[in-house]
Ligand binder design. Structure first.
Ligand SMILES: [Zn+2]
Length: 391
């Protein structure tokens, strides 16, 4: 499956500039969505929900929905490298990165996965796998930025999607946490700033869990707008509306803690009433998305009720928003975070792609089978966020 998949759609990098692995201009202008796969096959632990089967489940769903055919406008970016050490160390301390390498060496010696924090495991390949996941995100930023400089039409700029793991949004600069080893989205954000001169970065995190690691890394930084929607009261217990950033970064962190049973209507209201207006005010130079899929009703780790078509709508809105914002110029890169029901994960990522492409959703699920969303409480949360942030 994997070999055939790559053979059909992989477009090997044809040019290198300043270390970036770039697609040829003709491919960049023809594509409407670029994805890069970093599946971390060796980062796996028996019975753990953040397992190596996640990425093949996504790739199979993409193939089922025709999203790997050349005619789809979707291209796979291959041939990218692991994130270079200096890029990782824009976010993580040198000692932390070295410690991760030592943990992988220890795992290799013991010939089993080792536990780092009670929920985050490390195998012999985890250190290199985590660097490759961050490298996928960096390579997509490089290619999306290059495409944006080839075209005056933002809607013609392909979006990027990193089908990568392990995820990143919980880990801290000095500490693994919540299945996360390296802050992929944070590394991509710093890379966009330092290598491409994109000063203002917006990160929208729609994973069902609060992106505490990303928040902690940027909470002092007025140039990175971080918005997290998540289920209130679950792991990691942070992400209250009152957490708004600190010092110069005050106001550049927005939290939307949604009540249990929130779903499609709540997420779209959050996007339209808070995320989009905050973006319009902030005027980012690039939009990054921490795209977790554990807010799906089938997910075993949480209690929201999104469905595949929710992620279609969010993907569609994210691309339109990136296109509308003058300084963003269509630049959108999304990175996989959580999502632990394999069927929901595959279908939801495929629907995100369809939404970004402006094609119809592929979701026959009958929403009448779900519980009513607590929209009065949802509106209270959104009103509070608008009040706190003056939106
Ligand atoms: Zn999550």
């Amino acid at each position: 499956m994997r070999a055939a998949h790559s053979g059909n759609t992989g477009v090997a990098a044809a040019a290198q500039s300043s270390g970036a692995v770039l697609l040829p201009p003709a491919s960049l202008t023809a594509a409407r969505l670029l994805y890069a796969t970093a599946g971390a096959a060796g980062h796996d632990s028996p019975g753990h929900p953040e397992c190596a089967a996640r990425v093949p489940a996504i790739l199979e769903a993409l193939e089922t929905h025709g999203l790997t055919a050349r005619s789809s406008g979707v291209l796979e970016l291959t041939g990218f490298s692991a994130a270079p050490r200096p890029a990782v160390q824009l976010v993580h301390a040198a000692g932390y990165v070295a410690g991760l390498e030592r943990a992988s060496a220890t795992s290799a010696e013991r010939e089993r996965a080792i536990d780092l924090d009670g929920s985050t495991y490390c195998t012999a390949s985890t250190s290199s796998d985590a660097c490759l996941a961050a490298g996928a995100a960096i390579a997509l930023v490089d290619n999306v930025v290059a495409a944006s400089r080839l075209s005056a039409d933002p809607s013609a700029v392909p979006a990027g999607f990193a089908v990568c793991r392990p995820p990143g949004h919980h880990c801290l600069a000095n500490e693994p946490m919540g299945f996360c080893l390296l802050g992929n989205v944070a590394i991509a954000a710093r890379h966009a700033q330092t290598q491409h001169g994109l000063q203002r970065v917006m990160i929208f995190d729609w994973d069902v869990h609060h992106g505490n690691g990303t928040q902690a890394i940027f909470e002092h930084d007025p140039d990175v707008l971080f918005i997290s929607s998540h289920q209130a009261g679950i792991y990691p217990s942070t992400g209250k509306a009152s957490e708004v950033g600190t010092g110069d970064g005050e106001g550049a962190t927005i939290n939307l803690p949604l009540p249990g049973d929130s779903g499609h209507e709540a997420m779209l209201a959050a996007f339209d009433e808070v995320v989009a207006p905050a973006a319009q005010r902030f005027q980012p130079d690039i939009l990054l998305v921490s795209a977790g899929y554990d807010a799906h009703w089938r997910d075993p780790l949480a209690g929201l009720q999104c469905r595949s078509s929710t992620f279609h709508a969010l993907g569609h809105r994210a691309k339109l928003l990136a296109d509308e914002l003058p300084s963003c110029r269509g630049r959108l890169v999304m990175l996989l975070e959580g999502g632990y029901d394999l069927k929901a994960l595959g279908e939801s990522v495929a629907n995100t792609f369809l939404g970004v492409l402006g094609e119809a959703a592929a979701d026959n699920f009958n929403p009448a089978l779900l519980r009513d969303e607590p929209m009065d409480k949802v509106q209270q949360v959104l009103r509070e966020a608008r009040r706190v942030h003056g939106l």
